[in-house]
Write a protein that binds this ligand. Structure first.
Ligand code: KIV
Ligand code: NA
Length: 263
């Protein structure tokens, strides 16, 4: 099977074919995710909560991200690997380059960074030096202390601001946009407004791709999960089957359903 690249994803957007993304942090699950046909692995800083037991992604370090990216890289065969730049509000432009380079050396094919319009210059710098970037907009969990909780973003006037921001970051060089927790209408509008592929989580059915946290998809996450989560183990008898069902549900547009979306 051919390896997934950014060109593959761009072509899929042009042909209006959806692609699937899941978080993954270790070698064993990377094998299962590859076998399920999933297109992109996100080594997300959600690992801080899911694997390490922190109560937010804020404490995650670069070395945590490097360690898990290396683990995924060793077992990966064909998925595109995207790794999160951890919380680093104090990073100078030099430090940003250095951190992103460490993730690329660890095995990432691109890095994801949370923020807004202020990311533009950093994105241009990274892109010019051979590090493709996904801009994570909408609900940015590293900003939880600023946002006052995990809340839907982009309602009212903030919706247009989000569309403008996505366009500016695409112009700055962003290869992908990830939109988290926004009304479906805004998910659709951003996807239309940019030519790069848009990955959604709680952003409605019209984005070019969907992402879920692996442990949410497998029903391992304790307590009440977010509205956009679906536990695919409920209709599967094994982990490989749940991963395949997720991939097929994204490809066919069956996931997300109305109940997983914000209006
Ligand atoms: O870290 C993560 O898992 C993420 C996704 C929720 C998009 O950034
Ligand atoms: Na993340």
């Amino acid at each position: 099977m051919q390896a997934v690249t950014l060109s593959t994803l761009k072509k899929m957007k042009q042909e209006q074919r959806k692609f699937s993304v899941v978080t993954c942090y270790d070698a064993s699950f990377t094998q299962r995710v590859n076998e399920a046909g999933i297109d992109v692995i996100l080594v997300g800083d959600s690992l801080g909560m899911v694997l390490l037991g922190h109560d937010s992604t804020v404490p995650v370090t670069l070395s945590d991200m490097v360690y898990h990216t290396q683990s995924v890289k060793r077992a990966n065969q064909r998925c595109l690997i995207m790794s999160d730049l951890p919380f680093m509000p104090d990073a100078s432009p030099e430090k940003l380059l250095e951190n992103a380079a460490a993730l690329m050396r660890a095995g990432a094919h691109l890095v994801k960074i949370e923020g807004g319009e202020w990311l533009a210059s950093g994105i241009t710098q990274l892109t010019q030096r051979g590090i493709p970037v996904c801009a994570h907009l909408g609900l940015t969990p590293q900003m939880v202390n600023q946002l006052g909780g995990y809340k839907v973003q982009g309602r009212g006037e903030a919706g247009q601001a989000l569309i403008d921001c996505a366009q500016k970051l695409e112009a700055a060089g962003a290869a992908l946009i990830l939109l988290e927790c926004v009304p479906s209408e805004i998910g659709a509008a951003v996807t239309q407004a940019v030519s790069c592929p848009v990955i959604g989580i709680g952003a409605g059915p019209d984005t070019d791709a969907q992402v879920l946290v692996l442990h949410d998809l497998l029903g391992i996450t304790p307590g009440k999960t977010a509205k956009f989560v679906k536990n695919f183990m409920e209709e599967a008898s094994s982990i490989p089957e749940a991963l395949s069902l997720y991939h097929q549900a994204v490809q066919s547009g069956r996931f997300p359903a109305e109940e997983h979306c914000f209006q």
